[in-house]
Design a protein around this ligand. Structure first.
Ligand code: G3P
Ligand code: MG
Length: 348
């Protein structure tokens, strides 16, 4: 590979534009870098014909680990240094909800990871499905806790616990058990598992870190995502309550405009602290693979923002070449390296 003739500190920085990247289906698939992604990062970090560095951030709907841990994984996969100050995952904006609720049920992810993430965000009292199954093993007839899960899960008297909100932080590892527990909470009186509502409109709010029905993993075809879990939960709730119940559900993540606005704030901070830039960028290039999340959200924020949000769709993930994307990007390119070169050619 080409050695940059400059050391990073001497290299000029692009001040008029910035890049934001989706991760799954753009940079990574099934835990491995998409080959062009490694070169794309080098180009952004100054290995281009202008010798210029281009500020960039990452905005994924995925999650399940702390931002620090995710950045460590991504740095290894993409062979460059990626810092939490330039990284947002699906559950990052949930940290702004930590003050609002006392006891929360956190769903998804491996083992105790999401409880740790939630506690790191400042949530005061975090319960997991494991705690509920430990208290009452009959909750999930076909799901037994492993000895490790049993040891990690916390002893609680759920007759005394009031669940104020439910947060689905990451993809469920046990859909049947998790949906069962979510339904029990939704049908309870105000989040008390021991007390069933008769009107089914007294459950706490449910927050999902995103709403992607499918995503791009190692398999040749897309895989079911959190949006599919949400649909199953909502449809089953309706069936069980004869349509008379009421659920309060909300999704964070892309394509929510508030998530892109959150990203915009992180971007100004990152450009400022890392690159000393003060004036906002004229153009934000957003590179994604999912028209319904990435392109829809970028186009929507573009309607409101003072700067130009330029959507780029790649062919390495959810979007299938030759089909008509449900939300139209400004341009469709083969892969993330083409996406980076496209913007640099427009700008320089
Ligand atoms: O679970 C992750 C997935 O739904 C989407 O991740 O990086 O494509 O936004 P990403
Ligand atoms: Mg993606």
């Amino acid at each position: 590979s080409l050695e940059s003739p400059f050391t990073p500190s001497q290299q000029p920085v692009a001040d008029s534009f910035v890049y934001a990247f989706d991760i799954d289906g753009v940079l990574v698939r099934g835990g491995k870098a998409i080959p062009e992604a490694i070169q794309a990062m080098k180009v952004l970090n100054g290995e281009n014909e202008y010798g210029i560095r281009v500020p960039h951030i990452f905005l994924t709907n995925g999650g399940g680990k702390t931002e620090e841990e995710r950045c460590g994984d991504l740095s290894r996969q993409l062979e460059c240094d990626i810092k939490p100050g330039q990284f947002i995952c699906g559950h990052t904006p949930m940290r702004e909800m930590a003050e609002r609720y006392n006891t929360v049920l956190v769903i998804g992810g491996e083992g105790e990871k999401c409880r740790q993430v939630a506690e790191g965000y400042g949530f005061k009292d975090v319960v997991t499905p494991g705690d509920i199954i430990k208290h009452n093993a009959a909750t999930t007839p076909f799901r037994k806790l492993t000895p490790k899960e049993h040891a990690d899960s916390r002893e609680r008297d759920f007759d005394e616990v009031v669940i104020d909100a439910v947060f689905v932080f990451a993809d469920s590892r046990d859909w049947a058990g998790d949906i069962q527990i979510m339904l029990d909470v939704a049908m309870s009186q105000g989040g008390r598992l021991g007390q069933r509502s008769t009107t089914f409109d007294q459950g706490p709010p449910f927050y999902f870190s995103h709403n992607d029905v499918v995503w791009s993993a190692a398999h040749e075809h897309v895989r079911l995502g959190m949006g599919a879990l949400r649909r199953m939960f909502e449809v089953t709730f309706k069936d069980l309550t004869g349509g008379k119940g009421k659920l309060h559900t909300h999704a964070f993540g892309k394509p929510q405009v508030s998530t892109f606005e959150f990203a915009s704030r992180l971007m100004s901070q990152w450009r400022n602290t890392e690159h000393g830039l003060v004036a906002p960028p004229e153009t934000v290039y957003f590179v994604g693979d999912t028209p319904e999340s990435d392109i829809r959200g970028t186009n929507a924020v573009n309607e409101k923002a003072p700067n130009d949000w330029y959507s780029i769709l790649v062919k390495t993930g959810v979007y299938e070449d030759g089909t008509e994307p449900a939300y139209k990007p400004r341009v469709i390119v083969n892969n993330v390296l083409d996406a980076v070169n496209h913007g640099i050619q427009r700008e320089l």
